[in-house]
Write a protein that binds this ligand. Structure first.
Ligand SMILES: Cc1ncc(C[n+]2csc(CCOP(=O)(O)OP(=O)(O)O)c2C)c(N)n1
Ligand SMILES: [Mg+2]
Length: 601
């Protein structure tokens, strides 16, 4: 029973980008500068890529990556904005469970990166971010530019939502810091780490070579396990439960772990709830799954199952106190919580959510707890829940909605294995059954709009060559904020299908304005002002084409959807990035609309 710091599924593939952006041979094969040592340490982390936007503060490191490492292991992924560089690393980790690297320019580059780092932090996704400052030695600074781009305690900008940061003062300390950053980022609960490299240290010539070290010994496997007593207590509660319920929360992309969750649910005959804030964790069309997965609020069927439960097993559910509140407050059930997340909680952001009541805590990852519980429970009765056939999903009405978009998209992909790398806020969990851990990768996690495109490019990179078709469904607001991530996908030939659920609005906030208007007895008709993205309508397909992707649409009629989406799927299968602008009617699912417009909240 161990938690592995190398957790998560293996990368679906090592995408071959090797032919892109090849440097001339430099003939350099020994570390000569501080930044060469940092580059060596990065290679020791075994990160395949480093997503970056360049800057003079790390021109030393940049040179080392190109002319010392030969732009391989890690290979540079040039990004047009730091926010997409970090989002790409988040998407990559969502698939692989592992950190890749990111490099951002001194203070201003890091400032651009902050929202995406927050998303990755809330998502518990590992990445090693390299930044730069200085020269810290003021005597070595160029006038003006080096001064404005030097900041004291730059890590303070992101310390509230990173696991660890450092500003090493020598090449030996930089090597140590980078190894530690990789080790901490990849150790569960995972998250971003930041190493800030002094420009002076990077550019200084080594006075003597650094003594070699066995880098693997500095990143030991981290194992933690729940106590046998706690496992026995949890199993005893679950064994005598009449109406057990499993909250299928954060987990790895491993198929073995997925199968074990299904086995446990069937052994217990437990109802299961999943949620679109988190990646696929349980087959959503399994007869034990209660209702469709929601986003802002669980669907009524899920809440009924929770209210009826006498024992709840939370498999690292990200807001256990929150779902109990959704169910009306105190619930009668005993609660078993499986999570390591409390080890990560800090004081700056409240992303740790409410403090839930817990009767037994299994202080480990669900991947460790589930097999332990299956073993402790021993063989049981066959499931008693009838395997009733569910009604196939049918979009309602004759106006083009996101439900029509989803139905046509499923039609267009047919039996191909797909990964939803991102879905819009308007997405209906009922429209797309999730049957494999890679079927859906979860949300941006920090609620930072604009993350969808970059996350999807990173996920598509990790999936390249795996046989899975990556599909991003983005809101128009999300697309417009993160749109330049597309260029990186086009340049590095990363196939990706992106469909825009284009309601020509920051619609989420129309609902908020409606609620305020209702509460204040003011005209709800005005909810669109300061929200609607029209007059002029933006040509989203042209924005895609401008960056080397194929652009389709706008599609405004249901009858056109099948043909256009079919062509877009064919383009992605031919290796392209395809973006489809679908003009949908504004609207969210009933459960979400009700939760958002409820009085008094
Ligand atoms: C960076 C950022 N800015 C603003 C918001 C507030 N916000 C939440 S959802 C949303 C609208 C997003 O629009 P879109 O992606 O088109 O989705 P829609 O609600 O229209 O379906 C906004 C502006 C946010 N969460 N993050
Ligand atoms: Mg919108």
């Amino acid at each position: 029973m161990t938690n592995s710091n190398r957790g998560g599924a293996e990368p679906a593939c090592a995408a071959d980008l090797g032919g892109i952006d090849r440097p001339l041979p430099s003939g350099v094969n020994a570390a000569q500068f501080g930044s060469d040592v940092a580059a060596d340490a990065l290679r020791a982390l075994d990160v395949p890529y480093i997503a970056l936007n360049p800057g003079a503060s790390y021109r030393g490191l940049h040179d080392s990556l190109v002319n010392y490492l030969g732009n391989a292991r890690p290979q540079m992924l040039l990004c047009l904005h730091e926010e997409s560089a970090v989002a790409i690393a988040q998407g990559f980790a969502k698939v692989t469970g592992k950190a890749m690297a990111v490099a951002v320019h001194s203070n201003v580059g890091l400032m651009h990166a902050t929202m995406a780092i927050f998303n990755a932090w809330c998502d518990r996704m590992p990445m090693v971010i390299l930044g730069a400052t200085g020269p810290v030695d003021a005597a070595k600074r160029r006038p003006w530019i080096d001064w404005i781009h030097t900041a004291r305690d730059q890590g303070a900008l992101i310390r509230g939502y990173t696991k660890w940061d450092d500003q090493p003062a020598s090449p030996a300390a930089a090597r140590e810091a980078i190894l530690r950053a990789g080790w901490i980022a990849n150790t569960s609960p995972r998250g971003p780490t930041y190493v800030n490299l002094d420009a002076g240290m990077q550019e200084a010539k080594l006075t003597e070579p650094l003594a070699p070290i066995d880098t693997a010994r500095f990143m030991p496997e981290v194992a933690s396990a729940p106590s046998a007593v706690a496992v026995a207590q949890a199993a005893a509660l679950l064994r005598q439960a009449k109406q057990p319920l499993i909250l299928a929360g954060r987990g790895s992309r491993s198929l073995e772990a997925w199968d074990a969750r299904v086995q446990l649910a069937e052994r217990l005959n437990a109802r299961v709830i999943a949620d679109l804030k988190m990646a696929a964790a349980f087959p959503t069309d399994h007869p034990l799954h209660a209702g469709a997965p929601g986003t802002i609020a669980p669907v009524p069927e899920a809440l009924e199952a929770l209210r009826a439960a006498d024992v709840v097993l939370s498999l690292d559910w990200l807001d256990l106190a929150g779902i109990i509140k959704h169910a009306g407050g105190a619930i009668g059930a005993k609660i078993v919580q499986v999570s390591l997340d409390h080890r990560l909680h800090k004081g700056w952001s409240m992303d740790y959510q409410g403090l839930p009541p817990v009767d037994v805590l299994l202080d480990c990852e669900p991947e460790v707890a589930v097999p332990a519980l299956i073993e402790a429970l021993g063989p049981g009765k066959p499931p008693v829940v009838a395997r009733a056939e569910r009604e196939p999903f049918k979009p309602a009405g004759d106006k083009l909605t996101v439900d029509h978009l989803a139905a046509a998209l499923r039609n267009a992909v047919g039996e191909r294995p797909t990964t939803l790398t991102h879905v819009s806020l308007s997405w209906n969990g009922a429209s797309w059954p999730l049957r494999h851990p890679l079927d859906y990768l979860g949300s941006d996690a920090g609620g930072g709009v604009g993350g969808g495109p970059g996350i999807s490019v990173g996920a598509a990179l990790a999936l390249k060559g795996s046989g899975r078709l990556p599909i991003a469904v983005c809101g128009d607001g999300d697309f417009l904020m993160g749109v330049t991530a597309l260029w990186t996908a086009a340049h590095y030939r990363i196939p990706l299908l992106m469909v825009i659920a284009n309601n020509r609005s920051f619609f989420n906030d129309e609902l908020h304005q409606e609620r305020v208007a209702r509460m204040r007895n003011r005209p709800v008709e005005n909810r669109w002002i300061g929200q609607r993205i029209s007059e002029p309508d933006i040509d989203l397909a042209a924005m895609a084409r401008a960056q080397g992707a194929q652009g389709f649409g706008p599609v405004s009629a249901i009858a056109e959807l099948d043909g256009v989406l079919g062509n877009a799927v064919a383009a992605v299968e031919a290796g392209h990035v395809a973006v489809v602008d679908v003009r949908v009617e504004p609207g969210y699912t009933a459960a979400m609309t009700a939760a958002m417009t409820r009085k008094g909240e």
